[in-house]
Every structure is written in C-alpha cells, then in structure tokens.
Design a protein around this ligand. Structure first.
Ligand code: HEC
Ligand code: HEC
Length: 290
C-alpha cells in the first residue's frame, strides 16, 4: 500500500492519486481503452515488422527478415528494368546511320537524353555544364569549329580525341615559335600585331604591316592566307571575335610563343559506341551543328 493518503474526490466520485498542488488534486483515472489498444497494436506491429523485414544487427550482418527485402536489390532490379526498356532504342541507335537519326523524332529524343546525361558525366568538367567552354576548352554551342561541326566530324573528335594517345587522334600541332626559338621576339610581336588587325582590333599599323610576310610564311599554311583557319589542321579562325585562348595582345603573343596544344581525351574504348553516337547527336544538336 502506498503511504500516500487515498481519498475519493467529492465532485466526480473518483479516487485521487494523493498528489495535491495548492489544493488541486489529481484523479486516478485509468488510460482510455482505445489508447491502450492502439498501444498494444503498435507493439505487435513492430514485432511483426522485425520478423518480416531486415531489422536487428547481428555479429556478422543483420537479420534479413522473411521477405528478404533490400534496397540494393530493389535498385538493381529497377536499373535492370530501365536497361531492358532502353534496349530496343539502343539497338536501333546502333543500327541507324549517324546522319539519319534526326529523321526519327523518337530516336532523336532518346539520343539527346542519353547524350545529355553522358555529357554531364564525362564532358562537363572541361566544357562546362552548358557546354559553354572555358579558356582553352571550346564552346560547343556556337557554330565555330576547330575540327569540324558535321555530326560525323564531331563523332570523330569525341571518339579519338585531340592530341590524345589514341593512334587515330586529331594531331595537328602549332609550332612553339617562342619556346623553340623559331622566331625572334621582335618578329613574334609584329605577327601578333598583324593577327590583331585580322580581327579588326586596334594595332600598331607599321608593325602589323611588317608582320604580314611572317604570317604568309609561317602561319598561313594552317590558318589560311586570309587567317580564316583550316579545320583539317584544327587551326582556329583568327578573324572573328571567338577566341579559344583570348584575343588580347598578350594572349596572342602567348599562343604564338607556346603553340598551346590543348588536349582532349579519346573516348572510344572508354564509352561504348552507342553512347558516343548519342554524344555526337547531343553536341551537334546544341545549336552549332553543320
Ligand atoms: C580533359 C578535358 C576534356 C574533356 C573531359 C572533354 N573534352 Fe572535349 N575538348 C577538350 C579540349 C581541350 C578541346 C580542344 C582541343 C583543341 O585545342 O583543339 C576539346 C574539343 C572538343 C570538340 C571539338 C570542338 C571543335 O571546335 O571542333 C568536341 C566536339 C568535344 N571536345 C566534345 C567533347 C565531349 C562530347 C566530351 C565528353 C565525352 C569531351 N569533349 C570531353 C577538352 C576536353
Ligand atoms: C601547324 C599548323 C599551325 C601553324 C603553322 C600555326 N598555327 Fe596557330 N594554331 C594552330 C592550332 C592547331 C591552334 C589551336 C591550338 C589549340 O587548340 O590548342 C592554333 C592557335 C593559334 C592561336 C590561338 C587562337 C585562339 O583562338 O585563341 C593564335 C593566335 C595562332 N594560332 C596564331 C598563329 C600564328 C601567328 C602563327 C604563325 C606565326 C601560327 N599560329 C602558326 C595551328 C598552327
């Protein structure tokens, strides 16, 4: 028996617990039946749950439960299902010639989605998430192409890279006119002034004129007589306002001295041919495709 004094509350006729605060007494009411029942049901539920689903850690793992449920299995099954759903599209993509993909809207949509995802995973680090490029890494949205903007040329660049260690790589390399002492600094300065004049920038007219001959002798074979560039050589157009490394005097001098020589890895062998095809479709579809 409790030492506390039990008494019956006069108003309700219910026994009190004996606790009292400033004249307010606590009634000894049982828990409502509905509440108690719910409480017991949740206990039963949890026991059932332990039996059926993975629950308790053990020495070397965990209790697997009767259903053998695992999120990893579910994910693997979902991935397999997704792959099965894609299989007909991938097979079709493999079969249809590159330049005919655009004629099949459904296939084109699939290739753009595949290519877009592969781009974010493999290419965005260098070319930017929107393929806008950075200094030394070309913008793939515009219609200026170093190596060609047809879908086949784009596929070739992606497959074999630029100055990569793949044997079919695009390999042309601008000479390092300064580093290898092919031209004295004064002559580099003059031809740089001439390059500035090609894109209608402010130049030292006299120096630019003296640079004209150097350009014809040393540069035109790759950049063209008019400076408009040659895609067989990967040599950029020097007459427009799109620059891979920059159009300021100092950036141009640096390009002439070092030859730059940007590198793009080859993807053949690393990505399967259907993914590379999708990437070509995607890059071509960004806006600048020819
Ligand atoms: C490690 C950096 C790097 C990664 C990763 C990379 N690229 Fe490039 N990419 C370059 C560079 C640098 C160039 C320019 C090469 C040059 O100077 O000619 C280039 C050039 C290109 C070109 C040629 C552009 C033109 O104007 O002709 C295409 C197309 C291209 N990349 C697509 C891709 C795709 C698609 C991927 C992903 C599968 C990718 N790149 C991943 C660095 C990269
Ligand atoms: C063998 C071919 C070749 C020759 C010769 C050559 N270039 Fe280039 N040039 C290139 C290539 C290829 C690139 C692109 C480099 C890269 O992508 O990394 C380039 C890039 C440049 C750039 C940078 C353009 C930009 O968009 O940032 C300038 C400037 C340039 N060349 C000027 C010259 C001048 C001036 C000469 C002559 C003194 C010359 N080049 C000779 C192939 C050549």
């Amino acid at each position: 028996m409790s030492v506390q004094k039990r008494e019956i509350d006069e108003v309700t006729g219910v026994e009190t617990t004996g606790h009292e605060w400033d004249g307010i007494k606590e009634l000894n009411k049982p828990l409502p039946r509905w509440w108690l029942l719910t409480f017991y049901v949740t206990i039963l539920w949890s026991i059932g749950y332990w039996v059926v689903y993975p629950a308790w850690p053990t020495m070397n793992g965990y209790t697997k439960g009767l259903f053998g449920y695992s999120q990893r299995t579910v994910l693997t099954e979902e991935l397999a299902a997704a792959r099965t759903a894609q299989a007909p599209f991938r097979a079709k993509l493999a079969a249809v010639p590159l330049d005919m993909i655009k004629d099949d809207p459904e296939l084109l949509r699939f290739a753009m989605a595949e290519g877009g995802a592969a781009f974010q995973a493999n290419c965005a680090a260098c070319h930017g998430r929107g393929a806008q490029g950075f200094i030394g890494y070309p913008n793939l949205n515009d219609d200026e192409w170093l190596w060609g903007g047809t879908i086949a040329e784009i596929q070739q660049t992606i497959s074999f890279g630029v100055r990569s260690d793949e044997k079919d790589t695009r390999a042309s390399q601008m000479p390092r006119f300064g580093l290898d002492k092919l031209l004295p600094d004064a002559q580099i300065n003059e031809v740089a002034e001439y390059v500035l004049s090609l894109s209608k920038q402010e130049t030292d007219k006299a120096a630019a004129d003296r640079g004209t001959k150097t350009f014809a002798d040393q540069c035109a074979s790759c950049h063209g007589d008019n400076g408009k560039g040659k895609q067989e050589q990967g040599a950029p157009d020097l007459t427009d306002s799109i620059w891979l490394y920059g159009g300021s005097k100092s950036a141009i001098v640096e390009s002439i001295k070092t030859g730059r020589g940007g590198m793009m890895p080859a993807w053949a062998g690393r990505l399967d041919s259907v993914t590379i095809k999708s990437l070509a479709v995607y890059v071509h579809g960004l806006g600048g495709g020819k």
